[in-house]
Design a protein around this ligand. Structure first.
Ligand code: DAK
Length: 258
């Protein structure tokens, strides 16, 4: 598939995806959601890729939200369809990706943009980033998982205040409340994300996939995360990575995971 609104390049087993609509502060329109979904699906099938980094083009915005101009004319049916597609084809896909996904937040991360970052497994923000869920100022509520993922990340009280006031917070404040893992200078952002990805790459990809699944199960209703952990832990014993990791330790060498 040829992409119009995203750029993708893979270097040293790390796939960098850039949302490329800088004229509209990288707002997520339907086509961009489709292209992201396609790129992530194909990346997840590529066994050589060990980490994904998602960022926004230029230095003003990660993603300034869903495309307000596009959805402003939608009716209830179109709104519901957009919601269903977004959840199923993008946000849930990212959260449940077997490969770690890092959001490199290089500027405004608002509404659907912050929701996209929150669906990623790790978030790093540059110092100029501004984050918020301003949907109630438009007469809607966060609709791509924001009412669920924000309280999971920062706690109910802070999430309630952020959503009800529609306020933007700085990268430093986001770091203080646990919404982003690290804050850095803008020029260092991709290097820091790459160095996290490089550390991840040294470890077992099968164990990392299982860890993502197990951690995510903590937030799924009706699922006992401890049971998931027990099952996935057992499965690790059948993997080549388990054999390699434990042999390497016993033989006093570094493991060589494929
Ligand atoms: N959508 C469409 N265009 C946008 C946009 C957005 N979210 N954000 C910015 N742009 C466009 C602007 O309209 C402008 O384009 P022109 O008017 O020049 O053609 C261009 O990007 C540059 O923006 P500004 O001129 O406004 O730049 P400033 O530096 O003055 O202001 C800003 C930057 C980020 C403070 C401002 O652009 C702004 O307030 N943007 C909107 C932020 C926002 O409210 N984001 C939340 C959107 S609501 C759904 C699920 C979820 C959602 C929707 C549906 N379903 C389940 C169906 C999510 C909703 C949202 O994300």
């Amino acid at each position: 598939m040829d992409y119009k609104n995203i750029l993708q390049k893979c270097i040293n087993k790390i796939c960098y995806i850039t949302i490329n609509r800088p004229k509209y502060l990288n707002a997520l329109n339907n086509l961009t959601i489709k292209e992201l979904s396609h790129a992530l699906y194909s990346t997840s099938k590529n066994k050589t890729i060990r980490c994904v980094v998602i960022t926004g083009a230029e230095n003003k915005a990660f993603v300034a939200g869903a495309d307000i101009k596009e959805f402003s004319s939608f009716n209830k049916t179109q709104g519901s369809q957009l919601s269903k597609d977004g959840h199923e084809k993008l946000f849930n896909i990212i959260e449940n990706l077997a490969i770690p996904c890092i959001a490199a937040i290089n500027g405004f991360a608002l509404g659907g943009g912050l929701e996209l970052a929150m669906a990623c497994h790790i978030r790093v923000a540059s110092i100029n980033a501004k984050l918020g869920l301003p949907e109630v100022s438009l007469g809607i509520i966060p609709g791509y998982g924001g009412t669920q993922r924000l309280p999971n990340l920062v706690g109910k009280g802070i999430a309630m205040e952020m959503i009800m006031t529609a306020k933007m917070i700085s990268a430093e404040e986001a770091n203080k409340i646990g919404l982003v893992n690290h804050v850095c200078k803008q020029e260092d952002l991709l290097n820091i994300c790459t160095s996290i990805a490089e550390k991840i790459k040294r470890n077992s990809s099968s164990a990392i996939s299982s860890a993502i699944k197990s951690i995510n199960s903590c937030y799924k209703t009706g699922v006992n995360g401890y049971d998931v952990e027990i099952e996935l832990f057992g499965k690790c014993f059948e993997t080549n990575d388990f054999t390699e990791g434990t042999n390497a330790f016993i033989e006093k060498r570094k493991p060589n995971f494929n």
